[in-house]
Design a protein around this ligand. Structure first.
Ligand code: FAD
Length: 316
């Protein structure tokens, strides 16, 4: 079922979560092991992230450096199909602009349609590590909105291959939103304008970047509503579980840690202590979000579902 239908048909807020494909060489069992602890809470859908190639240099004979392209976590589409096959739970593959030209995107979407997967989270993707800013793949999309338009076209039976007539796809399109602003946007107003463009182009719901201060989410939703963005906005939550997260979260996700939370975290000496504080914070965040009538909560498990289990057990 489409995510938007699940939201509309449900009498209670939805629980969903995101997993990342295992590193190359690992088996699908590692995915199942991260899903199993969460199954009893009846997730409405499971997202699977997409990770584009990275470039590294390997030293060869006579000191030559060879530029190598590597995809460390392949398999998003196959993992989605495997999850559905095993658990009969809807999956949402993340599809990104980076690393694909439009034809490759069209072919990936046709594969998804053949597999009966009709949800997609349409994203631009981050710049690759060796580039200072996002560089579109030749013949590919520069912004997520272009991917939304391609999806919308296919939903209307318009393919890049003009010889294909009819056979429209039926994708439910989600997009990302940033309660604390996307790090490249010059200001919040511009970021919200581009978000509205994605909705006007056909996206049906928004999943937010993780945040630790609910007031940022509430203020973001208010601003969206003022602009006429009326689709469901699902908050994204991730617990802090390691000492290194205290600096990693702000650096990598461009989000702030509230002073009260930071104060508690800085007293911790071990990951176990951090995890205790982080989980308690996420429980409190989740309870407040639910009390204010959010359509659901989406948890970023990052392959570590036990912390998410601890939160969900206390909340859903
Ligand atoms: P866009 O909506 O294209 O926005 C990117 C930037 O460009 C913003 O600053 C925006 O304000 C600006 N902008 C948008 N349109 C225009 C325009 N027309 N002209 C000028 N500026 C414009 N990344 C992955 O690689 N794989 C994943 O699986 C993944 N999953 C994610 C899941 C969630 C819930 C979230 C919130 C993010 C995820 N990301 C993932 C990260 C995401 O790809 C990055 O944050 C990326 O930098 C932006 O993606 P976007 O889709 O928001 O881009």
């Amino acid at each position: 079922m489409k995510v938007i239908e699940r939201i509309k048909n449900s009498s209670k807020p939805l629980f969903s979560f995101e997993i990342i494909p295992p590193l190359k060489g690992n088996r699908i069992d590692s995915i199942y092991e991260s899903i199993d602890p969460l199954i009893e809470f009846e997730p409405s859908f499971i997202n699977v992230t997409y990770h584009r190639e990275e470039f590294t240099y390997k030293q060869r004979e006579k000191g030559y450096l060879e530029k190598i392209s590597m995809r460390k976590r392949p398999g998003t589409v196959a993992i989605c199909a495997a999850i559905y096959n095993k658990y009969k739970i809807d999956t949402v593959p993340h599809l990104i602009c980076g690393g694909f030209n439009k034809e490759e995107t069209e072919n990936a979407l046709i594969d998804l349609q053949f597999l009966g997967i009709n949800n997609v989270l349409a994203l631009r993707g981050d710049p690759i590590k060796t580039e200072p800013h996002f560089v579109p793949t030749p013949g590919g999309h520069a912004y997520a909105i272009e991917l939304v338009r391609q999806l919308k076209n296919m939903n209307q039976g318009i393919y890049l291959d003009e010889d294909i007539k009819g056979n429209p796809t039926d994708f439910c399109i989600g997009v990302a939103g940033y309660p604390e602003k996307h790090f490249e946007a010059p200001n919040m107003a511009m970021d919200l304008k581009y978000l509205k463009d994605k909705i006007d182009a056909g996206a049906e719901y928004i999943v937010t970047q993780l945040f630790f201060d609910n007031n940022k989410y509430f203020s973001f939703v208010d601003k969206c509503r003022e602009l006429g963005i009326n689709v469901p906005i699902i908050p994204g939550i991730k617990p802090i579980t390691q000492l290194r997260h205290i600096t990693f979260m702000p650096k990598f996700f461009h989000v702030e840690l509230p002073e009260t939370l930071t104060h508690e975290l800085l007293k911790c000496k071990t990951d176990a202590e951090v995890s205790h504080v982080g989980i308690a914070w996420s429980i409190q965040q989740s309870k407040e979000l639910l009390s204010k009538g959010v359509p659901g909560i989406h948890y970023f498990t990052m392959g570590k579902s036990l912390a998410t289990r601890e939160i969900v057990k206390n909340v859903f």
